[in-house]
Design a protein around this ligand. Structure first.
Ligand SMILES: [Zn+2]
Ligand SMILES: [Zn+2]
Length: 134
């Protein structure tokens, strides 16, 4: 799926983020590459379009997106943090063979014993071998 510049600008504005070239390119990369990339993946994906790009500006952009709630962080027993533009509750399946992370829909989670607790983050992570690697 491809996004136009106008769609990207509107997406940022809607989330109270002032559009800049780097922000637009990082957003475009995240929306068009639903692979749960690391910061390094994002840097490598955008560097061709912005040759002057620094890793610091990629990190700053991701942190801003995180603050505004348009990306979430994933820790899937990797050394690297991965990022996910889809912040609606969903599960992750990580294949231990190919390393790919699959999204799957989650309709509801039943839990009890946390009445009155403030829940800030929910993660549903599965690990195993994906159908392509069997
Ligand atoms: Zn696999
Ligand atoms: Zn995901």
């Amino acid at each position: 799926m491809e996004f136009t510049n106008e769609e990207l600008i509107n997406f940022l504005k809607k989330n109270d983020i002032r559009p800049s070239n780097i922000r637009l390119k990082v957003l475009k990369y995240l929306l068009e590459n639903r692979i749960h990339p690391s910061a390094e993946d994002i840097y490598n994906g955008v560097i061709d379009e912005i040759p002057t790009l620094s890793r610091t500006s990629v990190y700053n952009t991701i942190n801003l997106f995180k603050e505004k709630g348009i990306v979430s962080e994933l820790y899937l027993d990797d050394k690297e943090v991965r990022y996910d533009i889809n912040t609606k509750l969903h599960g992750h399946f990580k294949c231990e063979e190919c390393g790919r992370v699959y999204d799957f829909p989650v309709t509801s989670i039943l839990h009890s014993g946390l009445e009155g607790f403030v829940i800030k983050k929910k993660e549903i992570n599965y690990y195993g071998v994906c159908i392509n690697c069997q």
